[in-house]
Design a protein around this ligand. Structure first.
Ligand SMILES: NC(=O)c1ccc[n+]([C@@H]2O[C@H](COP(=O)([O-])OP(=O)(O)OC[C@H]3O[C@@H](n4cnc5c(N)ncnc54)[C@H](OP(=O)(O)O)[C@@H]3O)[C@@H](O)[C@H]2O)c1
Length: 276
């Protein structure tokens, strides 16, 4: 299927990566249904895009909005969904509230699952269709100060892999798309400074969008991890987690400083693994 034949629902379209994806796909000739809560941002985005994008305004953590989205997607005759909504907060687990836990897990995990579930009948009715769930490199590497975010993205990765295998005998192709740090508003000022101090690479949303467009042109499925050496770290973490424990331990005082908590005595990384 060429990009001009694609009719995508994009959630999180008012955000940095979602808007860049929308711009790149619209320029390539795809037809779009843009979703987000921020009507002003979405309307402005739509006015800048080629084609005639439709808008869906709503909080997708709300089940009534999800029902309305599935109706809108059917009317739009969607043959693809790109789940790009998400939230993140730099904090240790001790600093999180009940609300933080629910909000992060709902937005980054439960809602994308429910979007896939409610849109699936529509996608299965098409001759060919795509599901793209935007995860993160932190969906494969547990990171201090990001426990809830990592939990949600690890879950999304597992869900997406499982769904891909479940739909392998259908015409719906499933891709887990995992950027590394990207310059958008999801990253607070402190998160950006932390990334800078740790020497973490940061991409532009436009580059991330181009990476997705290139893959969408080739019936994408499986998992795509963006950026070098981050994609290597994903493999190293899977095979040799103690190595990453060691590197993370060295970064811990800096991360805790940005979380505004004092460093406590921590066992050596090797000991942690021998015990587990
Ligand atoms: N930026 C990074 O460093 C980075 C790295 C790896 C992965 N990612 C992932 O990339 C995706 C996009 O992130 P971004 O960087 O573009 O962040 P962003 O600029 O903050 O955008 C987040 C988007 O999520 C939407 N959203 C949040 N909660 C929602 C809800 N309850 N209902 C509907 N929409 C909701 C926001 O919509 P409104 O503005 O309309 O509320 C916004 O469009 C996320 O899944 C994120 O985890 C980001």
């Amino acid at each position: 299927m060429t990009l001009t034949q694609q009719r995508f629902v994009i959630t999180g379209a008012s955000g940095g990566i979602g808007a860049a994806i929308a711009k790149a796909l619209a320029a390539a000739g795809a037809t779009l249904l843009l979703c987000g809560r921020n009507q002003r941002k979405l309307t402005k985005l739509a006015s800048e895009l080629d084609g005639d994008p439709q808008l869906f305004i709503g909080d997708l953590n709300d089940s009534a909005s999800l029902t309305l989205l599935s109706l809108a997607a059917a009317e739009f005759n969607a043959n693809g969904v790109i789940n790009c909504l998400g939230v993140n907060q730099l904090q240790t687990l001790a600093q999180t509230s009940d609300t933080d836990v629910l909000h992060t897990i709902n937005t980054n995990l439960l809602t994308p699952i429910n979007i896939c579930r409610t849109l699936l009948p529509q996608l299965l009715s098409q001759p060919s269709a795509n599901i793209i769930n935007v995860g993160s490199i932190l969906g494969s590497i547990g990171y201090p100060g990001s426990t809830l975010y990592c939990a949600s993205k690890f879950g999304l990765r597992g869900f997406t892999e499982s769904l891909r295998r479940e739909l392998a005998d259908s015409q719906v192709k499933v891709l887990y798309f995992a950027p590394r740090a990207t310059d958008t508003e999801i990253n607070s000022e402190e998160m950006q400074q932390l990334n800078q101090q740790l020497g973490n690479n940061t991409d532009t949303p436009q580059w991330v969008a181009q990476q997705l467009c290139q893959r969408l042109a080739n019936a994408p499925q499986g998992a795509a991890y963006l950026g070098w050496p981050e994609k290597l770290f994903v493999r190293i973490n899977a095979l040799f987690p103690a190595l990453v424990d060691g590197a993370s331990l060295k970064q811990l005082p800096i991360i805790k400083r940005f979380c505004h908590v004092e460093t406590t005595t921590t066992p050596h990384a090797g000991e942690q693994h021998e015990a587990s």
